[in-house]
Ligand binder design. Structure first.
Ligand code: PMP
Length: 438
């Protein structure tokens, strides 16, 4: 319904079996195409483009004002209290979480971080790397087990300092009940970080006032998954976290006074943004936020839910399909993982691309422990992978919708999958050795 809002979706026309077909992009969980408004705004702003917080030249003043106002717009987008929280511009979600993991060293010390088996590696490894980490289990269908969360919090008797959880899984699309998790975590004096990479672009987010036990302490997200370009993301956190201590990266912009003998750090958020900031990135992110707000996050989420529900219903009618989903579309963003029995996931993804001009993703989506749980991969299997790097690994095919995808595109996918599902031996043989399966 929103196709005309997104830049370039109609320009890609792959030639499939001698015919030109419109490209269907079902890989929005990796990266979304930019809004046309974002491209337009970058163009419009380019005459003013200049270094921010670097003097009082005319362009610099305009750029700095825009950059500072942008923080408030980002905070407002997730309903974060401007007096308590700060928005730090970073490269992406991964950088945001790494920064936070470094800066929480005094809070966590030798305490425990609870992550989950559902996480993207970017919300697992930065914690593993520095702290003792334990993991909240998922059930048979891949939903987070909140009883297990509470039992771990009890077991560690106040030693858990942070619960870190994805807002929505990048494999199944399952939305986690972040406010319920926040209440539980706060009851045990732990803070909560939400990895918002897959939630923020598809669902309204409300960090809630800090007095509310269900509030979110930290959130991170990436602009390239919300219709803006790569290279800009946000970490939202209470200001006081960054007041003392030394930033993870130091240099220009982070200091107040430097003499040969001493360094006085400036205040957050500038203290946490070493080097010249990514102004075009911020211009783009703000424009994408404005567009999303205009469209209304509730409407977007409802529309994408309808598309997802329709897909799940139709997918179930396709022979030889295994879907990794519990059918609870209400608590899910527009991501679906599946396999075709008898065909390697990389092969299915290649066939969709080569026979239908449909872009999907396959593999384990930087969430290997989750894929291992969902697909019941054993320790023995993992030992086999380690011995033979050429072995095809367990994984799924993932389709993920953006707000501009439509029902007609879903029909094209389903019909091609039906053809594949009905003729798995034929397709397995026909695509027996293309060089690019991964
Ligand atoms: N978390 C989740 C849930 C994700 O889907 C992704 C991106 N696939 C990330 C974190 C990392 O995002 P980025 O690569 O933009 O840092």
């Amino acid at each position: 319904m929103y196709k005309n809002l997104v830049h370039g979706v109609n320009t890609l026309v792959p030639v499939i079996n001698g015919n030109k077909v419109p490209y269907i992009n079902f890989d929005n969980a990796a990266t979304t195409p930019p809004f046309s408004s974002v491209i337009h705004e970058i163009n419009r702003f380019s005459p003013y483009y200049s270094s921010v917080h670097r003097g009082t030249g005319y362009k610099s003043i305009i750029s700095s004002q825009l950059y500072d106002r942008a923080r408030y717009m980002v905070l407002d987008f997730v309903k974060a209290d401007k007096n308590f929280y700060t928005a730090i511009f970073v490269k992406n979600t991964t950088e945001a979480i790494n920064k936070l993991s470094y800066r929480l060293i005094d809070e966590i010390k030798d305490g425990i971080v609870l992550s989950t088996y559902m996480e993207h590696h970017s919300n697992d490894l930065p914690w593993r790397h520095r702290y003792k980490v334990d993991y909240v289990e998922v059930d048979e269908r891949g939903r987070l087990d909140l009883d297990h969360l509470e039992s771990l919090l009890k077991k560690y008797r106040g030693r858990v300092k942070l619960v870190t959880v994805t807002g929505a899984s990048n494999v199944t699309g399952y939305i986690n009940p972040i406010h319920k998790i926040a209440e539980i975590a706060h009851r045990y004096n732990s803070k909560i970080l939400v990895d918002g990479a897959q939630l923020v672009p598809h669902h309204p987010v409300d960090m809630k006032p800090v007095e509310d036990p269900a509030h979110i302490d930290f959130i991170a997200f990436s602009a390239h998954k919300m219709y803006a370009p790569f290279g800009i993301g946000v970490l939202i956190a209470p200001k006081y976290i960054f007041q003392s201590g030394i930033p993870d990266q130091v240099g220009g912009g982070t200091v107040d006074l430097v003499t040969p003998k001493e360094v006085t750090w400036t205040s957050p958020p500038e203290k946490e943004e070493a080097g010249t900031p990514n102004l075009f990135g911020v211009v783009a992110l703000i424009e994408s936020i404005k567009t999303l707000k205009k469209l209304d996050m509730n409407r977007i989420s409802n529309y994408e839910r309808k598309l997802t529900k329709y897909t799940l219903e139709r997918l179930k009618t396709v022979p030889n399909i295994v879907i990794y989903d519990d059918g609870n579309v209400k608590n899910k963003v527009s991501i679906i993982s599946f396999n075709v029995k008898g065909l390697y996931h990389g092969k299915v993804a290649a066939i969709l691309s080569l026979e239908g001009g449909i872009g999907v993703r396959n593999g384990c989506f930087c969430a290997q422990p989750y894929i291992q749980k969902l697909l019941k991969v054993t320790e023995k299997d993992i030992e086999k992978y380690k011995r033979d790097p050429n072995l095809y690994r367990a994984g799924t095919v993932r389709i993920s919708y953006g707000l501009y995808n439509d029902f007609q595109e879903v029909n094209v996918l389903i019909e091609l999958l039906r053809q594949i599902g009905n003729n798995t031996d034929y397709y397995d043989y026909r695509y027996r050795n293309p060089p690019f399966y991964s």
